[in-house]
Write a protein of this length. Structure first.
Length: 183
């Protein structure tokens, strides 16, 4: 873990000196310097004092970089295609287990010719247009603002039944860090 670099970055961003941290925590400047350069590992109790001095939650100091907030600006989204109809998929953001995307379904397009299954759970929100969704023996039509969810291990498909493109926001949860092409 790179706790020291995190502490230094927060301290500098907040314009707090090492001397100020030491005054508030009772730690020596030499010790704080070693913490910030990752030459020593502070105890949880000491980390808690440092976190209080920095006015950040202790848990934030313990997060790995990949667990912190990740920002994806609209112009930086990864765009791929999926399915036999080459649906446009904009990848909004993801964590180890959750992926969010916006999928554009041109008129008549679907996630495939036949229902398919994969690991995970999905939540869909229709942003624009009309779609038909089927999972096993369940089927329904959805319009703007409607939502539905399912366990993706049961074969399913989504099809645009409208005369204009449909836009669907999809969130997929999986137990493992699996591939992006799940819809």
């Amino acid at each position: 873990m790179d706790i020291g670099s995190t502490i230094r970055a927060i301290r500098k961003r907040k314009n707090i000196t090492i001397a100020q941290i030491c005054e508030e925590t009772g730690l020596s400047q030499g010790f704080m310097s070693q913490v910030e350069t990752n030459k020593t590992s502070p105890s949880i109790s000491t980390l808690e004092n440092i976190a209080q001095a920095l006015k950040v939650p202790l848990a934030y100091l313990l997060l790995r970089k990949e667990e912190r907030m990740m920002v994806v600006r609209k112009e930086e989204r990864s765009i791929t295609t999926s399915g036999s109809d080459n649906l446009k998929v904009e990848h909004l953001s993801s964590t180890k287990n959750v992926k969010m995307m916006v999928v554009e379904f041109p008129p008549g397009a679907s996630t495939g010719d036949i229902p398919h299954a994969h690991e995970g759970e999905e939540v869909h929100v229709v942003i624009k247009g009309r779609i038909f969704a089927e999972q096993g023996e369940d089927a329904a039509e959805f319009g703007e603002g409607d939502s539905f969810s399912w366990n993706a291990c049961t074969p399913h498909l989504v099809r645009n039944i409208g005369k204009e493109s449909a836009i669907v926001l999809i969130s997929i949860y999986t137990e493992s860090d699996s591939g992006r092409d799940l819809i």
